[in-house]
Design a protein around this ligand. Structure first.
Ligand code: ATP
Length: 297
């Protein structure tokens, strides 16, 4: 079995004139993973994706895509990848069908038209419409179909659900799950936290051209601070629980504590078990808070 990473970038740098867009990006994505690439506007996501496909050249660093050097095997890399750019340029006067035929021809005409029709159908995209008459969301659907239609091994998607309505977003997530079930690897940039939460096995966070964190999505969720509210019954005074590692008391009234909890809850639950607990509520941690903390730091 081939265990080398599907995507590999080391010490990638890229400047546009005086703007240093990438300052040493390191990334590794394994076969079959869904990897979410997050970061504030201008952090370097699009630049990284474009370098991976050799659409622009880096100033320094190493890139491997599907084990190939995109600068040497650019055509092979692009044929085996499905790419959804942030802004897809479409020939205004052509119909969606003609445009998809052109994309298909570029990749050696391998796509199955039954599959293309079923993708268009599921996304509610009319193949007969001219590009100039497509709404923003419908243009995005063309982008999604052309990225998926040749069943590529690797999908590189720059904000895949940008401009799509919530129902179509869910359909795109489903299509991506089906692609990974068939063995594809997905690398996508996003600003939508719920999308990352629903799709990504791992996330990488880029800030100012440097990847500042890579972690399993679940690990990030677990790392988030939870809030809990505990009410004690039988007229018992709220006990002191400050001594439990990771637990801080935010407020207390006669019979109620509001707590902030970091990490696992086991020690807290065991301590609470010694008291008559009438109610225990805990708020699900928000990934959004975690990401905002990274963005702002
Ligand atoms: P967004 O979330 O807004 O799409 P991004 O993370 O994809 O942002 P990039 O588009 O990679 O960020 O941009 C990284 C930096 O490089 C930004 O400062 C941007 O202004 C700059 N940049 C990108 N493309 C060019 C270009 N063609 N010429 C000059 N500067 C550029």
């Amino acid at each position: 079995m081939n265990t080398s990473p599907v995507l590999f970038a080391q010490a990638l740098t890229k400047s546009y004139g005086r703007v240093q867009a990438l300052r040493g990006v390191d990334l590794e994505v394994q076969r079959g993973e869904v990897f979410g690439f997050l970061g504030p506007n201008g952090a370097g996501k699009t630049t990284t994706i474009r370098i991976l496909l050799d659409l622009i050249r880096p100033n320094g660093g190493t890139v491997r895509v599907l084990g190939l050097d995109p600068q040497k095997d650019s055509l092979a890399v692009r044929t085996r990848c499905g790419y959804l750019p942030g802004e897809l340029h479409l020939e205004e006067g052509e119909t969606v069908e003609t445009i998809l035929r052109q994309f298909n021809a570029l990749r050696g005409g391998k796509a199955d038209w039954n599959y293309i029709r079923s993708l268009a159908d599921r996304l509610g995209l009319d193949l007969k419409v001219q590009a100039r008459n497509l709404s923003k969301g419908n243009k995005q659907k063309v982008g999604v179909v052309q990225a998926l239609m040749h069943r590529p091994e690797l999908l590189l998607l720059d904000e895949p659900t940008s401009g799509l309505d919530p129902l179509i977003q869910q359909e795109v997530y489903q299509l991506l799950r089906e692609a990974t079930a068939d063995g594809a690897t997905v690398f996508f940039s996003s600003h939508v936290i719920s999308e990352v939460e629903q799709l990504a096995d791992r996330v990488g966070i880029i800030r100012n051209g440097v990847v500042v964190e890579v972690a399993a999505t679940q690990t990030l969720i677990q790392r988030a601070l939870r809030h809990a509210r505990v009410r004690f019954s039988g007229g018992i005074q709220a006990p002191a629980l400050d001594g439990i590692p990771g637990v801080a008391v935010l407020s207390r009234s006669a019979d109620t504590l509001v707590l902030q909890i970091e990490g696992e809850m086991d020690a807290l639950i065991k301590a609470l078990a010694q008291f008559p607990v009438a109610e225990f509520e805990t708020a699900r941690p928000s990934l959004e808070e975690v990401f905002l903390a990274y963005y702002e730091r």
